[in-house]
Design a protein. Structure first.
Length: 82
């Protein structure tokens, strides 16, 4: 059994209006050191497999087919055994 921690973010070349709005709000609150903000998604999935390479393959397939829009988003994940 594994836990997959999946992080999905917009590609650097894609504008992030939500991130810009958060950055502007931080600046208005006096946090001017926030130079850039990118908004993303975080997901935790329980993967009912015992083989790590198979779990990695299946999570990759999940990300490619559903969890991330690979045209405009990048993804990465970590597997934790447990």
């Amino acid at each position: 059994m594994f836990k997959a921690l999946v992080y999905v973010t917009l590609k650097e070349s894609v504008l992030d209006p939500q991130g810009n709005a958060v950055k502007d709000s931080l600046h208005s609150l006096g946090f001017n050191e926030a130079a850039d903000v990118r908004i993303g998604k975080y997901m935790e999935l329980e993967i009912d497999l015992d083989d790590k390479s198979q779990a990695e393959q299946r999570v990759t397939e999940m990300c490619e087919k559903l969890l991330a829009n690979t045209v405009i988003e990048d993804y990465r994940f970590e597997l934790i055994e447990g």
